[in-house]
Write a protein that binds this ligand. Structure first.
Ligand code: ADP
Ligand code: ZN
Ligand code: ZN
Length: 734
């Protein structure tokens, strides 16, 4: 089998296809096409159609037995492998670790355009210039963004980097100009690198951290544990510069909404080389271009969100995961990978350092640092002149509230605005009010498709009271005018969401802009930037959800007011406290990032709650210490490893029946099995949901149990009546 098959001998090729099936499929290979094949895309017939799969082995001489049944591959799509070498091996490891079909894992790793079988894009630098018609039309154009963009291009052609810097959110304007024939695409010469603009001189802590990262050789996982505003980004930039100087590629992962044009511009300006972006705001072609440029070694710095962890790195030098605790690194459907964890895995395979940065490290990462598996670098003070914000807990029991806000809050907001500062009012509830209640009879609006056995799920009131929406399944409907039960007209929105808070603040502080930032008002990162631009640096108020908690640097922000976190204090999920502590510390960290001191007000009905006490008095690390002890006592991660088998169906019995049938597949293994049991939200979007929880203090014992049990699940007759999925290392149990 090792001797190269001669051209004339018929061969067969093993192909992984993007289907929920564990096995790969063999196809007949017409003689003639030489390898290497492993990691190339091939188009193959499948069922009645055809699909794009990945060759997972080199061709073998056609086995005589059973060969009649093999179908021919339709086409080889790549002259050279895409998913080979380290990336191919790491993806194989990922598929085995997640117990997921290899074909689906490989497809997930490819940008959508390549997954569909499109040819590798050109990776030359694309740009735009004014056409002659554009030159002529410019002076007479109506004022507006298209004209502003045309004006920008009148000085010469620009590529996407140049446009991002010159006019954030330029895409719509460009499309308008293109449609009128006023601009055209051009190929630009490759950008010349320059030294990059110098940054601030690193302070002592930063220098120590930067030196240890520079000194790291081979696989070296490093936690960069630095309070908000301590200058972690400067340390990343130093590490990337060093990596570039050694002729290597750097991959930087950032949270889903952390990658603003602002952040990209900072990297570009400082590094002086093209920075290739990969995030959900780009077109399929742009993402494929970044991926391909990395594969060819043309892209030296790649900054991207979750799926950028699949970027090929033929000259890998370093991987950086910013805000490593962030929930957006975990994929919640399809292939449920964790980008941070896979980044560490790839760094190991590549033999390079990986830096995990955060002001609020996940308990997993802290545990790894404490046990010596990761190096632990600390930045304990804010960089430059910035001081840590002062945190004050406001006890709102028995206080008169307006839209949930106590008088102390309004006084503090007024004072901050009068001093020329900006204010962030944080409330982690979108919409106008969480509940619509009939004051006459007690009826409340509930989602028809979501519930627990004990109660329905309230629908959130939106649009000032006109619309109802379920935040679990998305169901929307107009709000009734009269109570459906008693016909009364006393329907009242109860509680406060960001819309209502925005209304109340706009009424009281009519002299400054009040801008709401949440998923309802802000779709996409250009919209976020547009909001910040509207605010500028003049006094004003931002109202928002956790979208505002991440990495935005507003120099003039001096007050952060947290309106109510009480729901989060009493959640049943084992990770709820960790998430709440991270959120509070991150939101508080937005205050006083530059020269002006910052203040944080924390409103609560439970000022004595241990979580708040520990956080306020001891900070995040004190919280983490106590929380780790509790996790250890309860045998939860990071002291146990979990896998959650979920099932759902319209019919209430089917999920439980499937899990009951699945349970014996894991019997006799050194793991604990809990369930089957209904999911914490047993009915969502009209589907009945149940789960089986597998756990073990030993990762390898859990893996062995999954190795033994998972393949059998595909063959269970009960599996056909449900949608099931396996989540290895679930971040929550919902
Ligand atoms: P982090 O990512 O840790 O929250 P950043 O890297 O965004 O912090 O830095 C916070 C602010 O401090 C930025 O405005 C940055 O320019 C500034 N900064 C960082 N390092 C220094 C330094 N050594 N001297 C002065 N300013 C600094
Ligand atoms: Zn009623
Ligand atoms: Zn619902």
């Amino acid at each position: 089998m090792n001797s190269p098959p001669s051209r004339a001998v018929p061969r067969q090729l093993r192909v992984a296809v993007p289907r929920p099936l564990l096995q790969a499929f063999d196809y007949r290979l017409p003689p003639g096409v030489e390898g290497p094949w492993t990691g190339c895309r091939v188009r193959v017939p499948f069922g009645r159609g055809s699909l794009v799969g990945i060759a997972v082995e080199e061709p073998r001489t056609l086995a005589q037995a059973g060969a009649e049944g093999l179908r021919d591959i339709e086409a080889r799509l790549d002259p050279a492998p895409l998913l080979a070498d380290e990336l191919g091996d790491s993806l194989g490891w990922l598929a085995r670790y997640l117990h997921a079909p290899l074909g689906e894992v490989l497809a997930t790793a490819l940008p959508a355009a390549l997954r569909r079988g499109e040819p590798l894009p050109e990776t030359h630098r694309e740009g735009w210039r004014l056409t002659e018609a554009g030159q002529t039309a410019l002076p007479a154009m109506r004022t507006g963004r298209p004209k502003a963009l045309a004006g920008l291009l009148a000085h010469g052609p620009l590529d996407t980097d140049g446009l991002d810097t010159g006019m954030p959110g330029w895409r719509a304007a460009l499309r308008a100009l293109q449609a009128r024939g006023l601009v055209e695409a051009v190929v630009l010469p490759r950008a010349q690198g320059h030294d990059g603009q110098p940054g601030p001189a690193l302070n002592g802590d930063q220098q120590v951290a930067a030196d240890s990262i520079r000194a790291a050789r081979g696989f070296a996982p490093i936690l960069l544990d630095g309070v908000t505003g301590s200058g972690k980004t400067e340390v990343y930039l130093d590490a990337i510069k060093d990596c570039l100087a050694r002729g290597k590629q750097a991959l930087v992962l950032v949270p889903e909404i952390g990658l603003t044009p602002q952040a990209l511009a900072r990297f570009r300006e400082r590094l002086g080389v093209p920075v290739h972006a990969s995030h959900s705001g780009l077109t399929d072609n742009e993402r494929a271009a970044t991926w391909t440029a990395a594969l060819r070694g043309d892209a030296r710095v790649i900054v991207g969100t979750r799926s950028a962890v699949f970027t090929p790195l033929p000259d890998a030098g370093i991987v950086i995961v910013d805000e490593e605790h962030d929930g957006s690194y975990k994929q919640f459907d399809g292939i449920r990978y964790h980008a941070r964890d896979f980044a560490v895995m790839r760094a190991r395979a590549l033999g390079i350092p990986v830096v995990l940065g955060s002001a609020t490290p996940s308990l997993e990462t802290l545990h790894n640092a404490r046990s010596g598996r990761y190096a632990h670098l600390r930045l304990s003070a804010r960089a430059g002149n910035a001081q840590p914000p002062r945190v004050r807990v406001v006890d709102v029991r028995k206080r008169p509230l307006d839209a949930g806000m106590a008088p102390e809050l309004f006084t503090a907001i007024r004072a901050a605005l009068d001093a020329g500062g900006q204010v962030l009012v944080f409330r982690n509830r979108r919409g106008y009010a969480p509940v619509l209640l009939c004051h006459d009879c007690g009826w409340s609006a509930q989602c028809p498709r979501c519930s627990t056995p004990e109660r329905g799920m309230p629908m959130t009131v939106h649009a000032g009271g006109y619309r109802l929406q379920c935040h679990h399944c998305g169901t929307r409907r107009p709000a009734p005018r009269a109570c459906p039960d008693c016909g009364g007209l006393a329907l009242q929105p109860q509680g406060n969401g960001t819309e209502r808070i925005e209304d109340a603040l706009a009424q009281r502080f009519g002299d400054v802009p009040v801008i709401r930032i949440d998923r309802g008002s802000t779709q996409g990162r250009d919209a976020l930037q547009a909001h910040f631009d509207t605010l500028g640096s003049a006094p004003g108020i931002l109202v928002g959800t956790q979208m505002l908690a991440k990495g935005h640097d507003l120099a003039n922000l001096t007050l952060v007011a947290v309106v109510g976190v009480d729901e989060g204090l009493f959640s049943a999920d084992f990770r709820a406290s960790e998430k709440l502590a991270q959120l509070l510390v991150q939101v508080a960290g937005r205050a006083g990032r530059a020269d002006k001191p910052g203040e944080v007000l924390l409103q609560t009905h439970h000022p004595e709650h241990p979580l708040l006490q520990v956080l306020v008095n001891g900070g995040y690390h004190a919280f983490a210490e106590t929380e780790l002890l509790e996790r250890e006592a309860a045998a939860f991660p990071p002291f146990a490893h979990l896998a959650l088998l979920r099932a759902e169906a319209k019919d209430a019995e089917a999920p439980l029946a499937f899990l009951q049938a699945a349970r014996p597949a894991f019997a006799g293994q050194a793991i604990e099995i809990n369930g089957p049991m209904p999911a914490p939200m047993p009915r969502r979007g009209g589907m009945q949901r149940a789960q089986l929880l597998l756990s073990s203090p030993s990762r390898s014992a859990l893996q062995q149990a999954l190795d033994a049990g998972v393949p059998a699940l595909y063959d269970l007759p009960e599996a056909r009546k449900v949608r099931w999925s396996l989540d290895v290392d679930p971040v929550d149990l919902y």
